[in-house]
Structure formats: structure tokens, C-alpha cells
Design a protein around this ligand. Sequence first.
Ligand code: NDP
Length: 268
Amino acid sequence: MMVDKYAVIGNPIAHSKSPLIHADFAQQTAQAMTYEAILAPVDSFDATVKELMASDYKGLNVTVPFKFEAYKICDSLSVRAQSSGAGAVNTLINSHGKIHGDNTDGAGLRRDIELNLGFAIEGKEVLILGAGGAAHGVLNSLAGAKQITVANRNLDKALQLAASITNGSACAFDALDKPYDLIINATSAGLTDSMLPISDAIFSKNTLAYDMMYGRETPFMAQARRNGAQVADGLGMLVEQAAEAFYLWRGVRPNTKPVMDKIRALAT
Ligand code: NDP
């Protein structure tokens, strides 16, 4: 039996949950495939990918810090990877030796918010905190929102990001003073347990406060909870973006709930 090879590439990579997630998807859907984590030296991502593609790897996931470099080495790009303006991809497909790139982060976020959390984005007031790679990558997936406000520590970056959509506006954190329906924390402030300088007034009991970080309660999540908002972390997005990549590679959509439950159980 032919067994197809896949991998995730990053640096560092030991912490990655992707091998566990894809092993679960492969088992559920009876796919003959392997999926491993590969550490690429920071200065030879390009060579590592080309070597893997030449060794007949069928597809790769790309994580920090290589998503931007991955975009540049693609021979072709999906429409959503081109139109996101992120200049970054997280999924590579070996298409007869040519590299096709896609970005499944936005689709993963939207599926988690709408399907898993049951929150409809259409017509809602949305606030994105942060204007880095993750914010760029998911902005297009919020189509249908009434208004999207981008707030960032570096205001110029927020202005630039908001200008890429017709219903966008930008401001500094301390100018935020009214409640939003959906607040997405796309900053990496949670990594260092840093409080964002945001007012309690942006949360209400009707707010969904979504932190793209996962694995721990961030100060953002704690503040949202104190103010009565519904709170979610980014584990669902992680698993959904993986499922979207799996679907691109294998043409079959895995069930995401069992693997989310498994990872949550491992964390407790
Ligand atoms: P980047 O480094 O590209 O951007 C970081 C952003 O966070 C910038 O907007 C930066 O502001 C802001 N920031 C960092 N520290 C602080 C702070 N102390 N106070 C205020 N703002 C701060 O990172 P990414 O966009 O790639 O990643 C952001 C987060 O999203 C990470 O936590 C990452 O783990 C998560 N993520 C989760 C995914 C998932 O599947 N769940 C997928 C992708 C990302 P400034 O511009 O002013 O420097």
C-alpha cells in the first residue's frame, strides 16, 4: 500500500500539536499517510522544503517563523492566499513537483466561531486587537461583518490593515470605549502574560471575546470573563485550520471535535 508523507515545518517545532491532530484525522478517515514535525534551520527553509518535495512529500504545514518565506517560494497561490494581503501561507501542496500555497488560518477561525461556538459574524461589530501576521491572515474571513475596527500598539500598522477593507477603521487601544459583538485578540501579548491597555467598556454580556492564543488563560480572557463576556481560546481555530489543510490534501473533511477534546484533556 502507498503511504503518503506530510509534515509541519517550523523553528522551534517540538511544541507543535499538528502531528497529534493530523494523526487523529488520518485514523478517523482511514487515510494511508504519515505526518511528522520537521525542524528547519532558520536560514534554510527554502532548501528544506525543496528537498522534502523532491523526496515526494505530498504536502507541508508551515509555522513560525516561516509563513512569509513560504509565500515567496510558491509557484502558485490559492485565491484566498493572494487576496488576504497577509503575504503568508500555512499550507503547501506538492503539485507534480510545483509548490502550491494556501492559507487556512482565516477559514479555521471562521469555522470555529460560527460552527463550534455558534456565533454568526454577519452584521456584527467586530474589533481586532493586533495588526501582525495573524490579524492580516484572518481579516478577509470576517466578510459580512457590519464594521471591523483594528486597534494596535503601533497605530500605523492598524491604519494600514484597516485600509485594506471597505468597512474597516483603526484606532489606538486607549481610544476604545464602547462594546463590540466580537473581539478577536490577535496580539501575542498573552505569551508574556501582558495586560492590554483596553477598557472594560468594550465588553458586554453579548460579546464573544476570542483569543487566538491557546493553552492558557490570558489576561485578555480574564478581563473579558470579569466583564461577563463569552470567552474562547484559539484551540478551535488551530484544529479547524488543520482540518482545512487536511481537506485540501486528502479531499475528506475530518471530525474536529474529538481531537479538540483530546488536546483539552491532555492540558488538564
Ligand atoms: P506577530 O508577531 O506578527 O504580531 C504580534 C502582534 O501583537 C502585533 O500586533 C504586536 O503589536 C502585538 N503585541 C505583541 N506584544 C504586545 C503587547 N505586550 N501589548 C500590545 N500588543 C502587543 O504575531 P502573529 O500575528 O503571528 O501571532 C499573534 C498571536 O496569534 C500569537 O499569540 C499566536 O500564537 C496566535 N496565533 C494563533 C493561531 C491559531 O491557530 N490559534 C494561528 C496564528 C497565530 P505591534 O505591532 O505594536 O508590535
